[in-house]
Design a protein around this ligand. Structure first.
Ligand code: ZN
Length: 99
């Protein structure tokens, strides 16, 4: 697979642990500029840095070190996401009015 790039906010970068039952690898959480959390094995290689229109620093990084590429439990996370998407499509119970 050809290596791609992602646009991330420079911060936050939080250390964590993969919750996969057979994985448990140390990971670094980063956030894309469209606010998706993405786990990396190591801090990703920065291709370019620039400032967003709001003044926040953005890093264009290589996707080579994304944790999904090496996680033994990646299929489980995919199934979780599919289940979550299916649950979202199901008719929701009537919401209680917020007080
Ligand atoms: Zn993992």
């Amino acid at each position: 697979m050809a290596a791609g790039t992602l646009e991330l906010w420079m911060y936050p970068r939080d250390r964590g642990t993969c919750k996969g039952p057979t994985c448990g690898a140390p990971i670094i959480w980063r956030k894309t500029t469209d606010e998706r959390a993405v786990p990396f094995n190591v801090d990703p290689d920065v291709i370019e840095r620039r400032r967003s229109s709001s003044g926040r620093m953005v890093e264009i990084v290589a996707t080579d070190d994304m944790h999904h590429r090496t996680c033994p439990d990646v299929d489980l996370f995919r199934q979780d996401r599919q289940a979550a998407a299916a649950a979202k499509k199901a008719p929701a119970a009537p919401a209680l009015p917020l007080e």
